[in-house]
Write a protein that binds this ligand. Structure first.
Ligand code: SF4
Ligand code: SF4
Length: 367
């Protein structure tokens, strides 16, 4: 499912105007990357769209923005082109449709995953187990056996990672591959640094004009809470896996243990970050936004928030009779996240990272 010709044509038109104007060259990596080009083929536009962080900065300062007849709206056209590139690189092809009406798709996946977990738990477990109190090592697995928890989740997660890596390879071949930007260690490290610091959400140094024309670091800060919260939760799961298989230490773990501390910090980050990003999104000026794509952003943020909320509730109430239900609901949300990873907003992490690596490679080749 290739990007729409109209979207590519409009993105090319805007980049031609911007390349003559160049007023925004200090705002982000997009404009210097644009200036390294004279013509804008599909590969160039796809790269620039994925390099754009949607900060709205270039819209608020643009003397050619609507109602000017040039109708320059870079954040909006790049948001549309990004979403079309997500669908283009999705595999299998028929699931690319999931990017259309993505909010509905993710909601259905959540409903299905919750129903599956709850129906199976109720069908396979006696009510006295499900609503009983459990404590000590193996308490969670008395409600949902370890094998039933690990294997389905592991397989769905492995499938999601494979699909996302495949999409990343195909994207890189079509963009950096065509521009001749070579992969190198400095370029990869440059891309990693840009992801970790979100340098491009800093505008010219005073923050970006999001959600309105005032400069602010709010979006970068809430994104940091979300990203590092997610990474802390991932680290908690990894350490818990090591405990289980390496040392035969069976969950639940003490409040002072590494998995619980990491999971708690990650959970708090995933409450603050997504809630903050949703708040900013609700306040954001509509003109530079692609409103059709809001469902995709909102679906992921709500899902991450729900995972964090149920995870923290499970931690606090794990010694009570609410633990069984909370565990099934929490796992339902996690399963929905894993299943929709390659077909929702989460893929922006793959393509944005690769665009940042390509940008670092192109900058490196100039020196
Ligand atoms: S967005 Fe507007 S002000 Fe910025 S470079 Fe393009 S045309 Fe110039
Ligand atoms: S919206 Fe922000 S990140 Fe995107 S091109 Fe404009 S200034 Fe750059």
């Amino acid at each position: 499912m290739s990007p729409e010709p109209d979207t590519l044509e409009e993105a090319g038109r805007l980049m031609t105007i911007c390349n003559a104007c160049r007023y925004c060259e200090g705002f982000c990596a997009v404009f210097p990357a644009m200036e390294r080009r004279r013509l804008f083929a599909q590969a160039d536009l796809t790269f620039l769209a994925n390099l754009c962080h949607g900060c709205h900065g270039c819209y608020h300062v643009c003397q050619y923005a609507p109602p000017h007849e040039f109708d320059v709206n870079v954040p909006k056209i790049f948001a549309n082109l990004r979403a079309e590139s997500y669908a283009h690189y999705a595999w299998p092809g028929f699931l690319a449709r999931a990017f259309h009406r993505n909010g509905l798709f993710v909601s259905l996946a959540v409903a299905l995953a919750l129903a599956l977990l709850l129906v199976l738990t109720f069908a396979l477990q006696d009510a006295s187990v499900l609503f009983g109190e459990h404590s000590g090592a193996g308490a969670f697995y008395e409600v949902i056996p370890y094998g039933a928890m690990v294997w389905p989740f592991g397989l769905v997660f492995a499938f999601a990672i494979i699909v996302m890596v495949m999409g990343g390879f195909r994207y890189w071949r079509d963009t950096a591959g065509r521009s001749g930007a070579g992969l190198s260690l400095p370029a990869i490290l440059g891309g990693v640094w840009d992801v970790l610091t979100l340098k491009n959400l800093g505008g010219g140094g005073g923050g970006c004009t999001y959600p309105d024309e005032n400069f602010s670091f709010a979006r970068r800060n809430f994104h940091h809470f979300t990203f590092y919260g997610f990474m802390a939760c991932f680290a908690a799961t990894s350490v818990a896996t090591l405990y289980h298989h390496g040392f035969d230490w069976v969950a639940p773990y003490a409040f002072t243990s590494a998995p619980v501390i990491l999971g708690s910090l990650g959970g708090i980050g995933l409450l603050i970050g997504p809630a903050g990003l949703l708040w900013l999104k609700a306040k954001a000026e509509p003109a530079p936004q692609a409103r059709d794509l809001l469902g995709m952003d909102v679906a992921l943020l709500v899902l991450l928030f729900a995972i964090a909320l149920t995870g923290l509730a499970l931690l606090v109430l794990r010694d009570t009779s609410a633990m069984g239900m909370l565990l099934a609901v929490h796992l339902g949300f996690v399963l929905a996240l894993f299943a929709t990873l390659p077909y929702g907003k989460m893929v922006h992490g793959v393509y944005r990272f690769l665009a940042l690596v390509q940008d670092a490679a192109e900058r490196g080749s100039l020196h």
